[in-house]
Design a protein around this ligand. Structure first.
Ligand SMILES: *Cc1c(COP(=O)(O)O)cnc(C)c1O
Length: 460
């Protein structure tokens, strides 16, 4: 009982200290002084002190049994489990929300990308430009078609594809660009579309982390020839698994539909009905109960997105002046990001050379979960594995498949440093807490900063 009371008062003290620290953020010297001394509260949690936060963070996905289960259970009881009215309804609502004419649901985001590439006639012998700072699925999708991914380095401020470095990567074989709105922040679509037009390239937006993100109040997934979304459990609209393709191009979408349904005739592709299956297809269809979960989750997406935006902006403002912390930058025309991950760069030089891995351990110990994020995608064994495959050997010359020269052509030094030393992520569910909870995050960073020396010493 007594222990508990002491603990409580300490937490209350930390809260007060936290607020005071926030108030003197502009004079960091004073805030550091406040953390000096040997009291347990001021000790880093990693070294046995009391953590900044013991309260739990919002969990993901969000689900309310009372209000959310009816549509799902009704469907389960109906026995209509294969694609029917609920899938149609989800597609209509997702197209409307994205601001596109059509939407097709598919099994996941990876296959949304693969289907889009294939139905744009991209495959063996082609090159597809992708950012190096992305999830493995973007590159895997290109390889699944038989095309070769060409990596473009990262813009160090926005963490998006560096548009200034795209043109030098375009060759006679380049067929498409896949801009990724990575971390839920929009890529520079205005300039990417200009380049695509100049070189007659297709554009497939990988919007798998960017549901409802906007450029000039227009939603991502509506700028390119196609947009691809993921509804995997961690994503901002979570269904467990699921994906979608959005587009204004009827012919392309009819092809995608046919492909996702064994290659059977659909829309303008019906033609001679008696001819049977018209293309080499696949099976990527949704179930009805997936759509039911999606429709329910869509109801909270707008409010969640808004909350993340407000909290991200507040948290950004609170940490931007901490020495060694450089938060994300949005392009000027971004009217809304979705912050699948809240991101900042960590410069260990301002933290007494405390390595990022130790900074993250210390933050986690303070009750603020954060992560290092992606490793460089242009340096992993999957590329050599694809190049050594039977199909690639039939499609390309030995010279084209020389992995050493491929990797030299695809070096991305800015991204290497970002991935290996600097990037720190905070998962989007934390941004669904209240505004005052964001103070715990900034206070934890401040506390680690103030104690960097001790944390470094403790490593030896
Ligand atoms: C999640 C993700 C994908 C793949 O989506 P899945 O539904 O997991 O297949 C593709 N690209 C990016 C950027 C992603 O984050």
């Amino acid at each position: 009982m007594k222990k508990n009371a002491v603990h409580k008062s300490r937490r209350a003290f930390i809260k007060t200290t936290g607020m005071a620290t926030a108030g003197i953020m502009l004079t960091p010297g004073i805030s550091h002084a406040m953390h000096l001394g040997n009291d347990n509260i001021l000790q880093p949690a990693l070294l046995g002190g009391a953590p900044v936060r013991t309260k739990s963070w919002p969990t993901w996905p969000q689900w309310n049994s009372e209000t959310d289960e009816k549509l799902v259970v009704d469907d389960l009881r109906s026995g209509i489990w294969s694609r029917a009215a609920l899938v149609d309804q989800f597609e209509a609502e997702w197209a409307k929300a994205t601001g596109t004419k059509r939407c097709l649901s598919v099994v996941n985001g990876t296959n949304a990308l693969i289907a889009s590439l294939l139905q744009m006639n991209i495959g063996g012998g082609d090159e597809v430009i992708i950012p190096v700072y992305t999830f493995i699925a973007t590159a895997a999708a290109v390889l699944a078609t038989g095309a070769i991914p060409v990596f473009v380095d990262t813009d160090i401020n926005t963490f998006q594809i560096d548009v200034a470095k795209i043109e030098q990567k375009i060759t006679a074989r380049t067929k498409a660009i896949i801009p990724v709105h990575i971390l839920g922040m929009p890529a520079d679509m205005e300039n990417i579309m200009k380049i695509a037009k100049k070189y007659n390239l297709k554009v497939i937006e990988d919007a798998c982390q960017a549901h409802y993100a906007e450029i000039n109040h227009k939603r991502v997934g509506s700028f390119g020839d196609a947009g691809c979304f993921s509804f995997q459990n961690s994503k901002n609209l979570a269904i467990g698994e699921g994906g979608a393709i959005t587009s204004n191009d009827d012919s392309f979408m009819d092809h995608c539909y046919s492909y996702h349904n064994y290659g059977n005739p659909y829309g303008a592709l019906v033609g001679n009905v008696n001819a049977g299956t018209i293309m080499a297809g696949n099976k990527l269809r949704w179930t009805e109960y997936q759509a039911a979960i999606g429709l329910v989750q869509m109801k909270r997406l707008e409010a969640q997105t808004e909350k993340r935006n407000v909290n991200a902006a507040y948290l950004r403002s609170k940490i931007k002046d901490i020495p060694g912390i450089t938060p994300y930058t949005l392009y000027d025309n971004v009217t809304r990001a979705t912050f699948h991950l809240f991101s900042f760069r960590y410069n260990k030089a301002a933290f007494k050379d405390l390595p990022r891995s130790q900074f993250i351990k210390a933050m986690n110990a303070e009750g603020v979960p954060c992560m290092e994020g992606y490793a460089p995608l242009n340096k992993m064994p999957y590329l050599a594995n694809a190049f050594q495959s039977k199909n690639y050997k039939r499609m390309y010359s030995a010279k084209e498949l020389d992995i050493k020269s491929y990797q030299l052509r695809n070096e991305c030094p800015v991204n290497d440093k970002l991935c290996n030393e600097e990037m720190v992520w905070i998962f989007h569910a934390l941004l669904l807490a209240e505004k005052e909870d964001m103070n715990d995050i900034s206070n934890a960073i401040e506390k680690v900063h103030s104690n960097a020396e001790a944390l470094k010493k403790a490593m030896k």
